[in-house]
Design a protein around this ligand. Structure first.
Ligand SMILES: [Zn+2]
Length: 351
């Protein structure tokens, strides 16, 4: 890795030895790599790669952006991107193999039900998963595997894990901390103190309804990490909006279409009064990445934790249109709900 880093820096710059590199990786990239960070991405400049011996969540997130770049719009896998780090390549390949490949043979309705299951059921015992498959009329998705060791607490009373209160995925236990690695769920971070005797560790900083509760891990399977991070996590905001829309009596049955045309856009909304919207929910760290692959839907919704990007993204999309020529509208989750409620009110009043 030392050689790779040096090959990207001007001669004479950069760490002289691998040991020096390890030290520098504990500091912000902008403090030791001379680049125009404002032009690249200020967030990347303030990134530290290592904290002690562990890779930071920020570094994993930055890597995740490359994984997403490998997954093409139709869920295929772009084998041509062999310049990317092997970690990104392998993770994307795993997502493609265990999720998208199995989806190809499904009808649109089956595809939508299978995708919803992966988002709403991140873990469960084999029999719980079987019940979910039957109730949701989903054919088996090859996305579940045993829980990784670093998410388990093994005690004489058996193995335990803590589902994240935000996404239900087993939280990571490391260095005296229990946490969810999805950055918006960083609020679910608990310091651990050893329990008495055979008891489970005590969680500090866990208050109210968002307290993580331990669950027995025997026989429990959870989503492969890449599926959880790149399908389940961004899907939480999508499913929340879908459920909110579907609960409105105004929309007649079947007029809120989930992941329409095999996810060409996230939600198709067809009102009985003739107006329609195609919604794309965008959960990316750097809004400029959205320009690389323009959304098919004209209504872009940012989840609550990305609301601060609204102005910048609206500016970026002002000079372009959807592939079929419509201007984009960028809304935060809250603005979108207000807009829909307003449209319904107006349509109902004029009848
Ligand atoms: Zn979570």
């Amino acid at each position: 890795m030392h050689g790779v880093v040096l090959s990207h820096l001007s001669p004479g710059l950069g760490p002289a030895t691998p040991a020096e590199l390890v030290d520098l990786l504990q500091q912000q990239l902008s403090s030791w790599i001379e680049l125009d960070w404002e032009a690249i991405d200020p967030n990347l400049g303030s990134l530290t790669v290592l904290h002690g011996d562990s890779i930071t969540d920020g570094a994993v997130e930055a890597g995740g952006e490359y994984v997403e770049a490998l997954l093409s719009v139709d869920g295929g896998f772009d084998n041509g991107s062999d310049w990317l780090p092997s970690w990104a390549w392998q993770t994307a390949e795993q997502v493609e193999r265990t999720f998208y490949r199995g989806m190809k043979s499904l009808s649109a309705a089956e595809y939508s039900r299978a995708r919803a299951m992966v988002i709403e059921v991140p873990c469960g015992t084999a029999s719980e998963l079987l019940t979910q498959y039957e109730e949701r009329q989903v054919s088996r998705v090859d996305a579940y595997e045993p829980i990784a060791r670093d998410r388990l607490h093994v005690s004489p009373s058996g193995s335990w894990f803590w589902p994240c209160p935000g996404c239900r995925y087993p939280m990571l236990l490391r260095g005296g901390w229990l946490r969810c690695e999805y950055p918006p769920h960083d609020v679910y971070r608990y310091s651990l103190a050893p329990g008495e005797g055979d008891e489970l560790p005590v969680l500090a900083g866990a208050a109210g309804r968002d307290r993580a509760e331990p669950r027995r891990a025997d026989g429990v399977l959870c989503l492969a990490w890449g599926i959880w991070r790149f399908i389940c996590c961004p899907g939480l905001a999508e499913v929340s909006l879908m459920r909110w829309l579907e609960a409105k009596k105004y929309f007649t049955s079947g007029r809120i279409v989930r992941w329409e045309n095999r996810d060409a856009w996230d939600i198709g909304i067809y009102s009985p009064d003739g107006w329609q919207l195609r919604v794309d929910v965008k959960d990316v760290a750097d809004p400029r990445r959205i320009l690389d692959r323009l959304p098919a839907g004209e209504t872009i919704v940012l989840p609550w934790h990305r609301a601060a990007q609204a102005r910048e993204l609206a500016g970026l999309l002002a000079s372009v249109t959807t592939p079929d020529g419509l201007p984009y509208e960028v809304l935060t989750d809250r603005q979108f709900r207000t807009k829909i409620s307003g449209l319904i009110k107006k349509a109902t009043a004029s009848r």
